[in-house]
Design a protein around this ligand. Structure first.
Ligand code: ST9
Ligand code: ZN
Ligand code: ZN
Length: 324
């Protein structure tokens, strides 16, 4: 059932009560507070080890694994499974599922269900990481407390049948408790030790703790920074913004004003500039060999009309516009 205060904004997003209802108590989950505190302290120690005792191969490996894991989020959970912005044959879906498991951001089913909710009820209590509650909440705070009741309520109306119908998503969901520790923590710790003689401690703190915590924070920046800072050339009435720094770090996911206006575009950006959108290069490569197909995008005419109707009045141009 729709709230009495509900309406539709310019992006077709359902708008509920925009302000956070402080009377709803969301209990703090102390287990998560402790685990995330450990994770961040361990990551800081890992960063110190990078500059003191870790082998260069271990640092390169950590950077590589960060990119691999984020591709599983950007090209996998996000552009493929949450938005169906392109189709992928089963070998590519298997690769993406493996990369996604390395990222440990919950399995694809949970990630995509919550992400569809984020788009439909942006910046409301039904948005899991409601940016109207500030930087801390939208960045990490939402993972430290119980979900707002509106999330369960509105979440029941989100169609997730397509996700469960994908046997690769169902397989990952079923075996996540085994696959996730193996791929996110155990194997990335074993490789540096057995392949180039790294110490156990350096391997754990750099290739597992630092790499994982860094990847999480980059992803969370899309929810926090890219919902606050940047230009709004496509829709000036919404918070999501074009954030170059986030785009660079998050493999092309910082063009968030565009993405919230046109979530079905496989580029998640207007421009297909590979330098600031590695994920698009990845999908285009697989399209060339036929494993990715039916890539959806937005016509120049639709784009122009939308910018004229709702774009920022100062017509601030997105980065790289001149390259067109
Ligand atoms: C992590 C996730 O970090 C990061 C996601 C980032 C998302 C970014 C998205 C925006 C970016 C856009 C561009 C993307 C590009 C990415 C860039 C990358 C470079 N609908 O959850 P529970 C029901 S994870 C319907 O336990 P609690 C359901 O029955 C880090 N129903 O709620 C559910 O059971 P089940 C590692 C829903 O108890 C039940 O409620 N992971 C919905 O309030 C209980 O659900 C962690 O640290 C819904 N939407 O607990 C774990 N939701 O699921 C963190 C729930 O079985 N999470 N239900 O069907 C937790 O510990 C808990 O979820 C909690 C809430 C404490 C936060
Ligand atoms: Zn968003
Ligand atoms: Zn999205």
């Amino acid at each position: 059932m729709m709230d009495k205060s509900a309406g539709i904004n310019h992006s077709g997003t359902t708008v509920l009560n925009q302000s956070y209802n402080k009377s709803t108590h969301q209990a703090i989950v102390w287990r998560n507070v402790i685990l995330f505190a450990y994770l961040h302290l361990a990551a800081l120690y890992g960063a110190l080890l990078i500059f003191t005792s870790a082998k260069i191969a271990t640092t390169i490996f950590a950077i590589f694994m960060y990119q691999v894991s984020l591709i599983g989020i950007t090209a996998g959970a996000h552009r493929l499974w949450s938005h169906r912005s392109y189709k992928a044959k089963w070998p590519l879906r298997v690769i993406l599922m493996i990369c996604n498991t390395v990222a440990f951001q919950n399995h694809v089913f949970e990630w995509s269900r919550d992400h569809r909710l984020h788009h439909k009820y942006s910046e409301t209590n039904a948005d899991p990481h409601n940016a109207n509650r500030g930087f801390f909440f939208s960045h990490i705070g939402w993972l430290l407390c119980r979900k707002h009741p509106d999330i369960m309520d509105k979440g029941r109306g989100i169609d997730v049948k397509d996700l469960l119908a994908d046997p690769i998503v169902a397989f990952q969901k079923k075996y996540y408790k085994f696959l996730m520790p193996m791929l996110c923590f155990i194997i990335p710790t074993l490789i540096p030790v057995y392949c180039w003689g790294e110490s156990w401690s350096n391997s754990w703190f750099v290739a597992a703790m630092f790499r994982y915590t860094f990847s999480l924070n980059i992803t969370w920046l899309v929810n926090s920074a890219a919902h606050m800072w940047g230009g709004r050339p496509y829709d000036r009435f919404i918070n999501p913004a074009e954030n170059i720094t986030v785009a660079l770090l998050a493999l092309g996911e910082g063009w968030h004003n565009y993405h919230h206006v046109f979530p079905w575009d496989y580029k998640a950006a207007e421009l297909g500039d590979y330098r600031l959108n590695i994920t698009t290069a990845f999908i285009d490569f697989f399209a060339k060999i036929g494993w990715a197909y039916d890539l959806k995008t937005v016509s120049a005419d639709t784009l122009r009309k939308r910018m004229e109707r709702t774009g920022a009045e100062d017509k601030e141009l997105p980065w790289g516009w001149d390259d067109k």
